[in-house]
Design a protein around this ligand. Structure first.
Ligand code: KIV
Ligand code: ZN
Length: 526
């Protein structure tokens, strides 16, 4: 009989906590909603004690996202556990996920605790977490470098104190498939846990073994898999959930398991995470990369034309890859656009549809064929615009080999005031960004600029992603246009607008630098 594997998504916690993957609270909510559509069993929404922003974000997701269990991370201390319990209070199905390290190196060098102190802490803190009446998961950080007998002892204590899920993370991506298989067999045999307790696997990808290790752990009896979309996360990342899910589904003969994932939502979820983080996956990335289903060589194309299964082990439609064909044209109306967006799985408000339609019409005037990929890019740009503090009205750029690049930008402020300024710069984009800064009366520092083509051909849409910093906050902006200078301007204005309305992400200390007592205790004095 096929065994059910529970999917625990930590894109918003382990994924988001790594540098360069930050998301705004609205973006986190958007991702959480999409994860619910994807059918994950658990969403780890954040680490509430790490910052007021994380607390608020976990709280919002707990209140607004239905379906999956909502988990919040907490170290094994009272302040963290209280913060998690408060943030999760309104979730229908809350879970406190508490952890402490169990490897000799972590206990001695990081925690400066003796093994018996760790055991005592686990006993007390798991019981404390359970006292909130919420489901409790316990993780033994750096489990794969821990002494197995000690690990089994810690898990037994945690399970008896009330943890229902026991997670053995490969925190530093060090283990191997055979080793983790043996470890899970050992734990299944030696942990003396009440009925109903399940084991979970959580693998980092430092040696590129995360998927193989996860599958081995499942074969040995793990029932929950923790990972992220696109494999984002600390260092080389976490296991990519889409790869594990599709491996199980495609090789059901070897992996007689099933998940609750709607695989047709995989591509859309991956795209959303790429859009909101501004980090694209490499073209050859398994399952969701641009080339994952492309057959370039003559021999392969010939085979696929004769019978798809010659070279295709999965169909693009199984993971929701849209067909890159002509879908809409100049004369298509709002209704047709809405229907196509719905078919593509976008759930937009009336206001977002209006804005997407205006952009679609503009684009249709310049570009003959509008494909699904073009629509995705337009929606990606429009979805970032809520409460705009700055709008681009027009711009002009003069540039050439013998001229000093100069630009004029005309913008509209939130007050309705229209302002125009000119500037020169090192190149056309630099000049334009300086002119926008002047017109907006606000200075941004460009940290990152990326340009890519959305589709092929001469009239392809260019998509620009920028990361801009001002006053200790960073914001991401995206812009699309057939004109790359215009796409650059749109992206910069979107980022500046977020910063001007206080929606930038604070440049925070990492989770390890969070004060031991947590910010909440100090802020609330309890
Ligand atoms: O990698 C790890 O050990 C973790 C734990 C906090 C679960 O992310
Ligand atoms: Zn991790």
């Amino acid at each position: 009989m096929s065994r059910r594997i529970y999917i625990f998504d930590t894109t918003l916690r382990d994924g988001e906590q790594s540098p360069g993957f930050s998301m705004t609270p609205e973006e986190k909510l958007q991702v959480a909603r999409q994860l619910a559509r994807l059918g994950v069993d658990v969403i780890e929404a954040g680490f509430p004690a790490s910052s007021p922003g994380d607390f608020a974000s976990v709280q919002q997701i707990a209140r607004e996202v239905d379906g999956p269990v909502i988990a919040g991370l907490a170290r094994c201390n009272r302040a963290d556990i209280e913060a998690a319990a408060r943030a999760l209070k309104d979730a229908r199905r809350p879970r406190i996920h508490t952890f402490i390290a169990t490897s000799p190196i972590h206990m001695e060098k990081k925690l400066r605790m003796k093994p018996e102190e760790v055991v005592q802490r686990v006993r007390e803190m798991v019981a404390y977490a359970a006292s909130f009446g919420m489901e409790v998961e316990f993780s033994a950080e750096d489990a794969t470098r821990s002494d197995w007998r000690f690990l089994a002892q810690v898990f037994t204590v945690a399970a008896r104190a009330g943890a229902r899920i026991l997670n053995a993370p490969d925190t530093v991506g060090y283990t191997t498939p055979k080793e983790i298989y043996d470890l899970f067999r050992y734990l299944k045999e030696h942990v003396d846990a009440p009925d109903g307790v399940i084991f979970s696997t959580h693998n980092h990808n430092d040696l590129g073994l995360a998927v193989a290790n996860t599958l081995a752990a499942i074969e040995a009896g793990a029932e929950q898999v923790e990972g992220t979309i696109n494999g984002i996360g600390e260092r080389a990342g976490n296991v990519a959930l889409e790869e594990v899910v599709m491996a199980i589904r495609t090789r059901h003969d070897r992996y007689p398991f099933h998940t609750g994932i709607r695989t047709t939502e995989i591509y859309r979820t991956s795209k959303l995470v790429q859009t909101v983080t501004g980090v694209s996956v490499q073209p050859n990335k398994a399952i969701v990369g641009a080339n994952a289903f492309a057959h370039e060589s003559g021999i392969h194309q010939d085979g696929v034309l004769k019978d798809r299964s010659t070279y295709e082990i999965m169909r693009p439609e199984d993971v929701g890859v849209p067909e890159s064909t002509l879908v809409l044209g100049k004369h298509s109306g709002r209704h047709a656009l809405r229907r196509r967006l719905e078919e593509l799985g976008y759930h937009l408000s009336e206001e977002e549809i209006d804005r997407a339609f205006a952009r679609f019409k503009e684009l249709a005037d310049r570009k003959k064929y509008i494909t699904d990929h073009d629509l995705e890019a337009i929606v990606g740009e429009e979805q970032q615009k809520t409460g705009e503090a700055l709008k681009l009205e027009s711009f002009q750029v003069v540039s050439g080999t013998q001229t000093l690049p100069t630009a004029t930008a005309r913008v509209v402020l939130a007050s309705g005031e229209v302002r125009q300024e000119a500037a020169s710069g090192d190149g056309p984009v630099d000049a334009l960004y300086r002119a926008i800064d002047r017109a907006a009366g606000f200075q941004g520092r460009l940290l990152q600029y990326e340009l890519k083509a959305v589709t092929e051909g001469q009239d392809a849409l260019g998509e620009v992603t920028v990361r801009v910093m001002s006053e200790g906050r960073v914001a991401l902006g995206r812009g699309v246009s057939t004109d790359v200078i215009e796409a650059s301007a749109r992206a910069y204005v979107a980022a500046l607008s977020k910063l001007m309305s206080g929606r930038g992400i604070p440049v925070q200390p990492g989770a390890d630098e969070v004060p031991a007592e947590g910010w909440m205790q100090r802020a609330w004095g309890d």
